[in-house]
Design a protein. Structure first.
Length: 366
């Protein structure tokens, strides 16, 4: 299994997870599995089931994508050890043995809760293992739309008007929450779970009755709901990489298939189109790029993130929507497309992300 690994860097691709974005993660991780340079790296793949079981697997990208990886006969239960002396995985073999496997770097290709929100990042910090992407704080902050919005405001990054309410607040005074939304934001309004991604649980509503149904849907995904005023604008996205300094690409544009860029658009039906660079004047492209680096730095992001914006029609105002700290890496995902447009195709992008993970560890711990 690990025979010729002595001279190669041992890289774990972590995929799956317990969030509503489990399926997307499996497809994104397949990109890393297919594009990782096997001459340089020894690949180990660890899948996390929807129930939260960690399994070492030798699945290929197709088996990961279709979900059949979970039933492969060679799978072994495993854990990532928080003990720094282990610096890696503990496998539980079919023979009842315990096998320790050294790991040099982890790529946590996990989207959404229990993966992209600082939890797995915290485990990796405890273990002392370098990992690709944002740290604990940035991951947690960017996952919570209400906290992220407050920090955008505090750092002068323009954002649409918004409100947030906790479950207890909604349950104790639903009519009062609806009054606030109607009075302060007007119609239409986007209703979102504070902690979810890939447009899961999001609704666009134009009446009080619709608002109440949308709140119920959002509460199925989280205990806190964010309300955002509708922006009539182009949806554009920038890829950002590194830190000290962060480097942002010029934005690409999404031409949505549905009324807004839905989960199905993003990952299933492929009706959305991407245009790189976005259809914007040169000065506006540069303005979005500047705000992307500013937002990324303000929220303490490192490694990589995708910054999503609206450019309001009529006014030309640039308004941030959100930051995704581990953006999708599927064949239709914007982040790898933007990077490729900048001259960094996926195999070299992976090399760069791994190098950044190792650099950060060096800076942190010497």
């Amino acid at each position: 299994m690990l025979s010729d690994s002595e001279h190669k860097m041992s890289v774990v691709v972590l995929f799956g997870g317990m969030s509503s974005e489990h399926e997307v993660s499996r497809v994104s991780a397949g990109t890393f599995v297919d594009q990782l340079d096997r001459q340089r790296y020894e690949l180990l793949t660890i899948g996390i089931t929807k129930e939260g079981r960690w399994l070492y697997t030798e699945a290929d990208s197709a088996q990961m994508a279709d979900g059949s990886w979970e039933d492969l006969p060679g799978n072994m239960p495993c854990v990532l050890s928080p003990d720094r002396a282990d610096h890696g995985l503990i496998l539980f073999t079919p023979a009842g043995q315990v096998e320790k496997v050294h790991v040099d770097v982890v790529i946590p290709v996990l989207h959404g809760l229990w993966g992209e929100d600082g939890t797995v990042q915290g485990l990796l910090e405890l273990a002392g293992i370098p990992y690709v992407g944002c740290g604990v704080l940035a991951s947690a902050v960017c996952m919570d739309k209400a906290v992220a919005n407050a920090l955008f405001e505090a750092n002068g990054v323009p954002h649409t008007r918004w409100l947030a309410a906790d479950r207890w607040e909604i349950e104790s005074d639903l009519e009062g929450v609806c009054d606030d939304v109607e009075k302060k934001l007007g119609w239409p309004v986007f209703v979102k779970p504070a902690n979810a991604g890939s447009s899961v649980g999001i609704s666009k509503v134009s009446s009080r009755d619709e608002l109440k149904k949308a709140i119920d849907l959002a509460l199925e995904n989280d205990r806190k709901v964010v309300f955002e005023a509708f922006v009539d604008g182009q949806e554009v996205e920038c890829a950002v990489i590194g830190s000290d300094p962060a480097v942002a690409t010029r934005p690409g544009e999404i031409l949505a298939g549905a009324e807004f860029y839905t989960y199905d658009d993003k990952y299933k039906n492929g009706v959305s189109q991407t245009v790189i660079p976005a259809h914007l004047p040169e000065a506006k492209l540069d303005e979005v790029k500047t705000y992307a680096a500013m937002a990324y730095t303000a929220l303490n992001c490192e490694g990589l993130a995708r910054c999503d914006f609206f450019v309001e029609k009529g006014t030309g105002r640039v308004l941030i929507n959100e930051i995704n700290t581990f953006p999708g890496f599927t064949s239709i995902s914007m982040y790898p497309k933007l990077m490729e447009h900048e001259g960094l195709p996926v195999p070299q992008l992976i090399d760069r992300l791994i190098a950044l993970a190792l650099e950060r560890k060096e800076k942190q711990h010497g």
